[in-house]
Design a protein around this ligand. Structure first.
Ligand SMILES: NC(=O)c1ccc[n+]([C@@H]2O[C@H](COP(=O)([O-])OP(=O)(O)OC[C@H]3O[C@@H](n4cnc5c(N)ncnc54)[C@H](O)[C@@H]3O)[C@@H](O)[C@H]2O)c1
Length: 317
């Protein structure tokens, strides 16, 4: 029997997908989420689930006997972070600190922190490498604060921390119910419902998109391979697409004939993201799911789960 893994943010997009992979591989999962953004239906029935805020001391006993922690819980909605920086810092900095403290007390073997490519917001050389960061916005600064405490706990208390800087992860279970949902889910749902997709700005911003299954391959490698101990890794695909190109790819698959609507730009977003994958690929990992395949799988999920359940989409008119 494998040892228990704690996953914070288990009801969110990455957490719920990661949990399925861990369970398939035989790891028992203790899941923590306050359901502030995630949903109960995302939580697998085999998870020992605790609906708790990561900032509460009540989480400490849940870490006892755990082998590793994936710390994913965070305030991830950028506009909400901008509107409420104190809450963003409270969740992403203080919350992370409390999870680190729980891991320290329980002497957990490995701590894996979900960092972000937003750390590279002020860097204009591409592809971006792990060594040089410049977080600017509230979300980036708050995730950076969490990462900084991870490094402090490594230095001061010898916690074995690995930091993963995800680029734009996409796939099934992504939070499509937000007012401004992640771009792919937003396009797919609107087109499936016969609505025109909305693009903010010119659509020429470029993003490095990585399919969730590829991220999970890397999660398992990080969990099981000691070469990743104490390191920082970019987790992206190493290629990028403009938002307009993504729209065309989705439209090629759905063939609706509906053209997008262009709205005013969203402030505070990087123009380009592109990951340098030298560190991750040196371990034998590489992304395998091409964009068209990833989009087809995402469409299949949204068609079968979301539209079949006739759940309404907030952006739909
Ligand atoms: N999805 C991406 O493309 C991406 C990119 C870069 C970084 N990340 C990072 O990966 C992690 C997971 O992202 P995601 O896309 O799954 O986000 P998500 O919003 O879908 O999931 C986050 C989960 O954390 C939970 N949560 C928030 N605050 C909490 C609190 N105080 N206590 C307990 N639970 C709380 C939410 O309810 C939600 O279920 C985050 O740390 C995010 O910063 C994600």
């Amino acid at each position: 029997m494998r040892q228990r893994i704690v996953v914070t943010g288990v009801a969110g997009f990455v957490g719920s997908n990661l949990t399925k992979r861990l369970l398939d591989r035989g790891y028992p999962v203790i899941g923590i989420d306050d359901l502030s953004a995630g949903t109960a239906e995302n939580v697998d029935r085999c998870v020992e689930f605790h609906q708790t805020d990561i900032r509460a001391p009540e989480i400490y006993p849940l870490f006892e006997g755990a082998d590793a922690v994936f710390h994913l819980a965070a305030k991830t909605c950028l506009p909400e972070c901008v509107n409420n920086p104190l809450e963003a810092a409270s969740m992403n900095v203080m919350g992370t600190l409390n999870v680190l403290e729980a891991a320290r007390r329980a002497k957990v073997r490995k701590f894996i922190y979900a960092d972000t490519s937003a750390e590279y917001e002020g860097i204009y050389e591409f592809p971006t490498r792990e060594e040089q960061i410049r977080p600017i916005g509230v979300y980036a600064a708050s995730k950076h604060g969490g990462a900084t405490f991870c490094e402090s706990y490594r230095e001061l208390y010898g916690i074995n921390v690995t930091i993963l800087r995800y680029f734009n992860v996409y796939g099934p279970a992504q939070d499509w119910r937000r007012v401004i949902p992640p771009v792919m889910s937003s396009f797919i749902i609107r087109l499936l419902q016969g609505e025109r997709a909305v693009i903010y700005g010119t659509g020429e911003k470029r993003r490095d998109f990585i399919y969730i299954d590829d991220v999970n391959d890397f999660h398992i490698l990080v969990l099981e391979d000691q070469r990743t101990d104490g390191k920082i890794f970019n987790v992206g695909s190493g290629t990028n697409f403009s938002i307009n190109e993504i729209f065309e790819l989705v439209e090629e698959l759905l063939k609706t004939g509906l053209r997008p609507i262009y709205n005013s730009d969203l402030p505070g977003e990087a123009q380009i993201t592109l990951a340098d994958l030298t560190a991750a690929t040196a371990l034998g990992w590489k992304p395998r799911v091409a964009i068209a395949e990833g989009l087809s799988r995402t469409i299949e999920y949204l068609q079968s789960r979301v539209l079949a359940a006739k759940v309404s989409f907030p952006g739909a008119k």
